[in-house]
Design a protein around this ligand. Structure first.
Ligand SMILES: Nc1ncnc2c1ncn2[C@@H]1O[C@H](COP(=O)(O)OP(=O)(O)OP(=O)(O)O)[C@@H](O)[C@H]1O
Ligand SMILES: [Mg+2]
Length: 402
């Protein structure tokens, strides 16, 4: 604590100093004989407390205060006025300019000491508060940084979990594509044979036209050829093969497009209006191979207004839930409801589950979409997951503002 005594009388300076020393007030004491010297000292040193005489040569204490008032100190010194006059007007002006207290002269020791002490306590409190504020600000900045890092880590975790899921689904998807592709290929072998037969039949009809002038003989020969090449069957089967192949190719296209949609690493901030029923259909295509040998999927879709969401993330949630259900049916899992949303909680053998599926789904529904996810499960009966998300953009905004 540095105290500057601004006082034109040496004797008064020493009285003030000796009193401070006598009462063990912990401080460095410095002096200035007049206002100008005081200002000079304050500008060039860090002073905590100024004991400022009002009546001095060159500059009055009030003028010194006026000067100090003009300057924007980061940490301005506290000023206690020393006064013999009891002019309330001057004192009021001093308080208006920032003085915190006054001490009457001649000093009464106890009055002097208690006022100085009380101001020192204020200064110390303010210093402590300032320190605490600096510390809080720095901790806050660190927390913000940690929060940013966490968010980023979480984002990568979500993407990584998705990549793992894609890896696991890939073999099944290939299988799914292989089936329709195999019958399209086989259909094409038949189609090619039929085209050959058409050609043979047309060539034969040309030859027969040249050979027979008699129309009834020509018709008879054509009929023999028609039966020989089984053209009735070809005409019947050919369009069916085309329709079948078309369906197979459509199915392949659908699987590829569903997989491509699911695999797209979504920008986590991109929200759009999504038809949830369509999304569920796509998800069912992606997971079909994981489910079809274990369970029959029963769809009971209701009309649903477009939901404002991040499509890729909501798909990820449904994929997780459906695959979990398939695994639970296959392995007769007992539900451990209290832990299932915890990260890394898994009942699967080591190396088979990361235990992140539900924790990430929870994060996507609750944190990213301001929704809810809950579970109800009865051993031996089944498990029901409920997901609720606000379907209107306005609702998300409203919640964010409250
Ligand atoms: N439908 C369900 N029925 C019963 N238990 C379930 C069901 N879904 C999840 N669980 C339980 O919750 C656990 C955690 O699921 P979560 O999806 O988070 O991880 P995981 O499926 O074990 O691994 P990962 O999804 O990373 O491959 C599962 O191991 C299982 O014990
Ligand atoms: Mg899972």
């Amino acid at each position: 604590m540095r105290i500057l005594i601004v006082e034109d009388s040496r004797i008064n300076q020493f009285i003030a100093r000796d009193t401070l020393i006598k009462y063990n007030i912990p401080c460095d004491i410095e002096f200035a004989m007049d206002g100008e010297a005081a200002l000079e000292h304050i500008y060039t040193h860090t002073i905590d407390l100024v004991l400022l005489d009002i009546i001095m040569p060159k500059m009055t204490g009030l003028q010194v205060l006026e000067q100090l008032h003009q300057i924007k100190f980061v940490d301005p010194p506290k000023v206690i006025m020393l006064t013999t006059i009891s002019d309330a007007k001057i004192l009021k002006a001093c308080f208006d300019l920032g003085a915190v207290d006054y001490i009457k002269r001649p000093f009464e020791e106890m009055d002097f000491v208690s006022r100085v002490n009380s101001t020192i306590r204020d200064i110390e409190n303010e210093n402590a508060m300032r320190q605490a504020k600096i510390m809080l600000e720095s901790q806050n900045a660190k927390l913000l940084e940690v929060n940013e890092t966490l968010k980023e880590t979480q984002y990568h975790l979500v993407q990584k979990e998705k990549l793992v899921a894609i890896g696991e689904l890939a073999a099944g998807i290939a299988h799914e594509i292989n089936n329709p592709l195999a019958f399209v290929i086989s259909n094409f072998t038949n189609i090619k044979q039929y085209v050959d037969r058409f050609k043979t039949f047309i060539d034969a009809s040309m030859d027969l036209t040249n050979q027979h002038d008699d129309l009834s003989k020509f018709k008879e020969a054509m009929l023999i050829k028609w039966r020989e090449l089984d053209m009735a069957f070809v005409f019947e089967d050919f369009p069916e093969l085309i329709v079948d192949s078309q369906k197979g190719l459509d199915r392949v296209a659908k699987i590829v497009s569903s997989m491509r949609n699911f695999a797209r690493l979504s920008d986590e901030n991109y929200f759009e209006y999504v038809d949830i029923n369509e999304l569920l259909d796509e998800v069912l295509i992606v997971v079909n191979n994981e489910v079809k040998y274990i369970a029959t999927v029963q769809k009971e879709f209701n009309p649903c207004p477009p939901v404002y969401c991040n499509k890729g993330q909501i798909e990820q949630v449904f994929v997780n839930l459906i695959i979990n259900a398939a695994h639970a049916i296959k392995s007769n899992d007992e539900a451990h409801l209290s832990n299932i949303f915890d990260p890394f909680f898994t009942t699967k053998p080591v190396g088979q589950g990361t235990g992140l599926g539900l924790s990430i789904s929870h994060n996507i529904v609750v944190d990213k979409h301001h929704g809810r996810i809950s579970v109800d499960s009865k051993v031996g009966l089944g498990t029901c997951f409920t997901i609720e998300i606000p379907y209107r953009y306005e609702e998300i905004n409203l919640e964010e503002n409250t």
